[in-house]
Write a protein that binds this ligand. Sequence first.
Ligand code: KIV
Length: 269
Amino acid sequence: MSAIRPVKRRTIRDIRAAKGRTPIVCLTAHSAPVAGILDGHCDLILVGDSLGMVVYGFSSTLPVTLDMMIAHAGAVVRGSSRALVVVDMPFATYHESPEQAFRNAARVLVETGAQAVKIEGGAEMAPTIAFLTRRGIPVMAHIGLLPQSVNAQGGFRTQGRDAEAARLLVEDGLAVEAAGAFSVVIEGTVETVARDITAALAIPTIGIGASVACDGQVLVTDDLIGLFADFTPKFVRRYGEIGKAIEAAVSSYAEDVRERRFPGPEHVV
Ligand code: KIV
């Protein structure tokens, strides 16, 4: 089969093949310009439902809808050409039945051009993951701290603290791998658990708040660029102070308007 433009994006085969060879770099994007900046640096771009919190100002990811994800994912695909784009399935769009999951995941891939979806949950979601992967929908799994289950997990709490919880998390990893997931996000677990899951699985693990023991790392870009002044989670390293840079620019603009220094003669058309 020929294509008008050769496909240059990473594939799920590339991501799987990276395990044990090279750390996998993943960040979130929710807009075309940010996707364009990340594209040359990331293997994977995740259109995370964290957009509910960092873009829309909700206190959790629960209010995010499929239509919101589709709108942002389309922008991210248009803004990138090299990284594999994975889109979060939002809360209650895949829990009811494998058929519901397929219908909604297919909409995501068809309407956005993204390459894969991400689903939160371990062994309990394995039948759904198998249903999707057997029908041509690549799935990244997500185990450990599950933001969509914040109410059921009793808040944003570190997972795998005792031996039984740790054992169940390794079983979750094995179950999503057996179901056909091409990779798995491990969020908010103690280091030993992340290490055990990474050693037990043939697919890559992508950690967030799960230590360096994983095969790759993901962060919410807004956290790492320092967009928010008031809160930085413990597992985030801030690589920039973009919030402060925006504030300085806006403050200069406001002052120039008030002092009638902007627009200047060079801006008159
Ligand atoms: O929604 C998101 O951004 C995520 C990452 C935190 C992994 O799921």
